[in-house]
Design a protein around this ligand. Structure first.
Ligand code: GDP
Ligand code: CA
Length: 311
């Protein structure tokens, strides 16, 4: 069964780890968010895609959920000593990847081609695609001003309330090679338990990707990132409350109007199931907290099995 997955960073990677336990990697294509990407110290950093890469290849730091295991921070210590920018943490091993990628990009290779080489280099057999090779950046409008996503998220610790989100460059962005084909060839589309606004929407902001998902002839199943109306981590609940007016599973489903056929939601939100169903989206209630390999695998199996209730 060929599965194409739209994914953000930490929540997405956690879910995908379970998915590749139950599916052959060669059947899996991941379309990753590049709205979080940034230039730092002359390096091109792709936080969400790298989180997926590190997590799925086993190179990731399980505790932090991002970056590499067995990491050191000496390069950044030097930057700090010199008074440079250190608000965004880059470990030494991580920097190695950024050096490799940045050089390849400067020599004119598209991000998708570089990421394909990197994924192979990390031993992955699945296909890991950026949504686009073009520059698409998420900006956050707040009462304190507008910020590029990472400035708001990391430097300002997502403390400012979000009034609006913009995907700068989305109008001109084309899907990376392989993205549309992977959506059209899939037997099932999945949306990971990621932040709808800043992880999944920047992917769907590429018009041709949204159109391909809207035109699907196979089911699309999303997993809610909220448990009991709360984010496991991060600002998704606050953003939903302010931008969508609430944090029920129906509010999550409404972020994906026309794009999903089923929503996997947590037992803690079971009361929301009728409201989700009223939107024409099949609610699938299960435990969605991914604590260990077993719970991750069970959630992946439920998401795959959700097609049964949709077809
Ligand atoms: P980011 O790009 O690194 O911020 O990560 P994502 O957008 O992919 O994932 C962030 C979301 O993952 C948050 O909204 C969390 O609530 C959600 N999340 C993290 N762990 C879990 C989990 O175990 N279960 C569920 N359902 N959601 C989770
Ligand atoms: Ca992200």
């Amino acid at each position: 069964m060929k599965v194409t997955v739209l994914s953000g960073g930490v929540g997405g990677a956690r879910f995908l780890r379970g998915l590749i336990d139950v599916l052959p990697q060669t059947d899996v294509t991941i379309v990753g968010n590049v709205g979080d990407d940034l230039e730092l110290l002359g390096l091109h950093v792709s936080p969400d895609i790298d989180t997926v890469l590190y997590t799925l290849s086993g190179a990731g730091d399980a505790e932090r959920g991002w970056g590499r295991a067995d990491e050191s921070w000496r390069a950044l210590d030097t930057v700090a000593q010199l008074g440079g920018d250190t608000w965004f943490l880059l470990g030494d091993r991580d920097i190695g990847l950024h050096l490799f990628r940045t050089e390849a990009l400067r020599s004119g290779q598209p991000l998708s081609a570089v990421m394909a080489r990197i994924a192979r280099g990390f031993g992955l057999e699945l296909t890991l695609l950026p949504a686009t090779d073009d520059t698409l950046r998420t900006w956050v409008d707040t009462p304190a001003g507008s910020f590029p996503f990472q400035q708001w998220f990391v430097a300002r610790r997502f403390e400012d309330e979000v009034d609006g989100i913009r995907y700068v460059g989305a109008a001109e962005a084309r899907p990376a090679p392989g993205v549309i084909a992977a959506i059209e060839a899939a037997d099932l589309l999945l949306i990971t338990p990621s932040n709808p606004y800043v992880s999944i929407e920047p992917i769907l902001a590429v018009e041709e990707i949204r159109t391909a998902v809207l035109a699907r002839t196979v089911p699309c199943v999303a997993v809610s990132p909220l448990i009991g109306g709360k984010a496991v981590k991060g600002p998704a609940d606050r953003m939903l409350r302010r931008l969508a007016g609430g944090t029920t599973a129906a509010h999550v489903a409404r972020c994906y109007t026309g794009l999903i056929d089923a929503l996997v939601l947590d037992e803690a939100d079971a009361d929301d199931a009728p409201a989700v169903a009223a939107l024409g989206v099949t609610p699938v209630v299960t435990r969605t907290l991914m604590r260990d390999p077993e719970t991750r695998r069970a959630l992946a199996e439920t998401a795959l099995g959700a097609t049964g209730s949709v077809l």
